[in-house]
Design a protein around this ligand. Structure first.
Ligand code: SF4
Length: 336
């Protein structure tokens, strides 16, 4: 598994762009030590590479480059309306890495960024400082894996472990780490923390193979879920985003049964269910990038700037999945 991952990074990150001001950070040095053969190019600002015009997100996905940068502003964001806050009042998210090693057809990042290159902000400690300032005012619920899949990058950055260490010192901080990876082993040495939720996106095999390119199979995700639970971690299962695909009832039914065959129900922290949704602007850009996508050819309905399936299809899918999940898990643990 480890060598497979290394090969993936090596073939992906043939070129590494390094901001001048990022050069001396310890995180930069550690990351660069893993890419002895990569071509290294010094740059003034990550946006000179990341935000330049005439890039194709989809083409760049075939061979993304790595950019090491210093994040100077917007270290922490207020949680977006479209995201479930699980009843937490002070909901924020942060982005220590931009972009992802996976290639989901529906990923909103391709509407958000003009580049598929991966930016790692090497000054994660500045984000920690910003969170500490917030914690002086109130408790914080923080999602740390929004614009990437942080756990999938663990072998490269160790950022998940760094976040865990930070969380262990701040009981008023609640972290959510969302992932599709099967990389729990990378953090299995860490003692489970009461204020951290590991959240796995659970998808039918059909969806994984067809629309979540590069992501681990359902079996492998569930193995990671199981290992995390056995170690005592709080685990959230996310049947989100539900995709309106041919024979969706059959695929989601099979997926839910398989999940609860493997996962001990009493150890589930909670479950979230949601259909695919994306901002109107991002959808427009994603469709331009993915002109052949059947998934995105759906006649989405847009309300208040957010696009999703029709009310009828949304209700059908949510009700179906909710009822099926509710056969295994009590309704108090299910968030829609
Ligand atoms: S795992 Fe998430 S962030 Fe990564 S490509 Fe898929 S949808 Fe995007």
């Amino acid at each position: 598994m480890q060598s497979l991952k290394n090969n993936l990074w090596n073939s992906s990150f043939s070129h590494i762009y390094i901001e001048k001001k990022a050069k001396d950070y310890l995180n930069t040095k550690e990351i660069l030590s893993k890419f002895k053969d990569a071509i290294k190019i010094e740059i003034d600002h990550y946006k000179d590479v990341f935000s330049r015009g005439h890039q194709s997100f989809v083409l760049q996905k075939n061979s993304p480059k790595l950019i090491l940068a210093v994040k100077e502003d917007n270290l922490v964001y207020k949680g977006a309306e479209v995201c479930e806050d699980f009843g937490n009042q002070h909901f924020y998210y942060t982005s220590s890495i931009m972009n992802c090693i996976y290639n989901c057809e529906y990923c909103y990042l391709q509407g958000m960024y003009s580049s598929a290159n991966v930016v790692v902000f090497v000054n994660i400690e500045d984000i920690f400082n910003e969170i500490e300032k917030l914690l002086e005012k109130h408790p914080v619920y923080l999602s740390i894996s929004y614009e990437t899949d942080l756990l999938a990058f663990e072998g490269l950055t160790s950022y998940t472990s760094k976040w865990m260490e930070f969380a262990s010192k701040h009981s008023d901080l609640k972290l959510e780490l969302r992932t599709k990876s099967a990389n729990f082993n990378a953090i299995s040495h860490i003692k489970p923390l009461n204020n951290v939720i590991l959240a796995w996106t659970i998808s039918p095999d059909k969806v994984i193979v067809q629309y979540e390119k590069g992501t681990p199979s359902l079996d492998n995700r569930l193995k990671s879920v199981r290992s995390a639970m056995d170690k005592g971690w709080k685990v959230r299962l996310c049947f989100d985003p539900l995709l309106y695909i041919k024979e969706w009832r059959k695929h989601y039914s099979k997926c839910i049964d398989k999940t609860f065959d493997v996962v001990p129900v009493e150890q589930i922290h909670d479950i979230s269910i949601g259909v695919f949704r994306v901002s109107k602007d991002y959808l427009k850009r994603i469709k331009k990038e993915r002109t052949n996508s059947m998934l995105l050819a759906y006649p989405f309905e847009c309300k208040n700037g957010v696009c999703s399936y029709t009310k009828e299809h949304t209700e059908q899918m949510i009700n179906f999945v909710y009822n099926k999940v509710n056969k295994y898990v009590t309704k108090e643990k299910i968030y829609i």
